[in-house]
Design a protein around this ligand. Structure first.
Ligand SMILES: CC(C)(COP(=O)(O)OP(=O)(O)OC[C@H]1O[C@@H](n2cnc3c(N)ncnc32)[C@H](O)[C@@H]1OP(=O)(O)O)[C@@H](O)C(=O)NCCC(=O)NCCS
Length: 191
């Protein structure tokens, strides 16, 4: 299938689709405890049928142009992914999210993949505002938002019940002009 290379370490970004159900389930089983510490992603996928259902839900959302799921493969193994949520082309707003199993962390996979996603959103889909929402305790996630050059806008206090605890949610974002300016600076500093 088609894939976008994320560098010379064998990392690839590809669509994550219902036919990946078995691979997706095996990946979740390796990472569940870590992945679900702050987010419920994949919690309903507990066997191949429910894993396929989860992927099908995203496939339906992709068809409706409101969300999409993209897997991260490292040397041929599915280790995580990035996604669009609440994609609203009419109002030029979207949210992005991510997850990794432990073996995929610490390599910049999500940061690199997110740049591809945000470039696509801004340059090809005309998105003006890309939002990142994470629990205040989710340091690695907030670090990705910071690394992407996003701005912290505020905290929705005690707004997110997860595993019996009400978490504060931090809202971060980047706007298209700032994204373009940061990308231009990065290209310029490469030379
Ligand atoms: C959030 C999450 C994806 C962040 O994972 P991560 O590995 O820290 O993020 P990245 O893939 O961007 O990698 C960044 C790390 O790789 C390092 N790195 C190595 N090469 C890099 C590169 N080329 N570019 C950027 N970072 C690189 C960075 O220094 C950083 O490591 P550090 O935090 O020890 O400094 C991960 O913690 C996770 O899946 N958590 C569970 C699910 C979750 O909470 N999702 C977010 C919901 S809001």
């Amino acid at each position: 299938m088609y894939a976008i290379s994320l560098g010379d370490d064998g990392a690839e970004l590809r669509p994550l689709e219902p036919w990946h159900a078995e691979e997706f389930l095996a990946h979740l089983e390796r990472g569940r405890e870590f992945i679900n510490r702050f987010v419920p992603f994949g919690e309903k996928a507990t066997d191949v049928a429910s894993a396929r259902d989860t992927l099908q839900r995203y496939a339906d959302l992709r068809a409706a142009d409101t969300a999409s799921l993209h897997g991260l493969w490292l040397e041929g193994k599915l280790v995580g992914g990035v996604l669009f949520l609440n994609f609203d082309a009419e109002n030029a707003n979207c949210e992005v999210g991510c997850w990794l199993e432990p073996a995929g962390t610490g390599r910049g996979l999500v940061t690199r993949a997110m740049r591809v996603l945000i470039d696509f959103a801004v340059e090809q889909r005309g998105i003006h505002r890309v939002e990142w929402i994470a629990s205040a305790g989710n340091r690695p996630s907030l670090n990705v938002a910071r690394r992407l050059g996003m701005t912290k806008e505020g905290v929705r206090r005690s707004s997110y019940p997860h595993h019996g605890v009400r978490h504060d949610l931090e809202v971060w974002s980047v706007l298209a002009p700032d994204w373009r300016a940061a990308r231009a600076r990065a290209v310029h500093s490469d030379h």
